[in-house]
Design a protein around this ligand. Structure first.
Ligand code: ATP
Ligand code: MG
Length: 273
């Protein structure tokens, strides 16, 4: 399920010394703390205390990650399920504060994340696009122009006045993608959000991504679609168990990663975008 948020982070921008760095991740660690069960009973709590067991489980999702994304660069992030990719992108989006370390972001960010703050499903598509646009700092006039572009790209004209809880997941994803890419952000963060539509829409969104990546825009793209990473990105990082395992040319990183997974070239042809 895709969702969307757009935020203004220009305030943090001054902190960055190097004008050409869009995102700086400095020694970032994220530890999630979760309780082992939903409702521990008095008995289990006492038993645990007796055994000196910890009731809270800590998951180190990111471990001392250092990374810079330069202005205009298209960075691909790949890695196995649970490697920490979404966590890293969520810290870049400012949705998740790092447990240790700091993240600096320079520019207006638009995100399309697998999990996070999304559309209000009770509201219509039109209302959600309006709210998203205003939250992104567009004026009413700018929004009127953008609105048509967004709806046209999503091809959802007939559905814009229906509440979004009547949308199929593909329709929801199309509108989220269309809003995110049409906001003219300086920085676009995309996590696994390109595979929502049907084949025709995927082709169209891939083309749109190619256009965006060719402009002077910073893009961070998390994807299991390794062919897309090779095709769209200038640089790739491979995350493994919360750490950066490798960083380099997309082809080299994808090659090393598929070799590590032992999946062979099939993984490249079976994927979709
Ligand atoms: N909200 C959360 N609470 C507790 N643990 C979490 C939470 N979100 C993620 N984790 C844990 O953090 C680790 C990294 O998760 P993350 O979602 O960043 O992985 P990912 O690389 O995006 O994986 P995927 O390819 O499946 O999307 C995993 O071990 C996961 O269990
Ligand atoms: Mg993820």
């Amino acid at each position: 399920m895709s969702s969307l948020s757009v935020s203004e982070t220009a305030g943090i921008a001054q902190a960055s010394a190097d004008a050409r760095v869009s995102i700086r991740v400095e020694d970032v660690s994220v530890t999630y703390r979760t309780s082992l069960e939903k409702k521990p009973t008095m008995k289990t709590t006492l038993l645990r205390l007796g055994r000196r067991e910890r009731i809270v489980r800590e998951i180190e999702a990111l471990k001392h990650v250092n990374l810079e994304v330069r202005q205009g660069e298209v960075l691909g992030i790949l890695g196995a399920n649970g490697a920490g990719k979404s966590t890293l992108v969520r810290t870049m989006a400012g949705i998740l504060p790092p447990t240790i370390g700091r993240v600096e972001v320079r520019g207006r960010v638009s995100t399309l994340l697998a999990l996070g703050v999304g559309f209000n499903r009770e509201l219509s598509g039109r209302e959600n696009v309006t709210l998203g646009g205003l939250a992104a700092g567009l004026s009413r006039a700018q929004l009127r122009d953008k609105y048509d572009e967004i709806v046209e790209f999503a091809e959802l004209e007939e559905f814009m006045d229906m509440p979004m809880n009547t949308y199929s997941s593909g329709m929801y994803g199309r509108l989220a993608f269309s809003v995110a890419v049409n906001m003219d952000p300086d920085i676009l963060l995309i996590d696994e959000a390109l595979s929502v539509g049907d084949a025709k829409f995927r082709k169209k969104s891939f083309k749109k991504m190619q256009e965006l990546c060719a402009q002077d825009r910073t893009v961070v793209l998390v994807s299991h679609a390794l062919g897309s990473i090779e095709e769209l990105c200038d640089r790739a990082v491979w995350m493994h168990k919360g750490e950066l395992q490798m960083e380099g040319e997309p082809d080299d990183v994808v090659h090393a990663y598929t070799k590590f997974l032992d999946v062979g070239e099939d993984a490249l042809t079976m994927e979709d975008l």
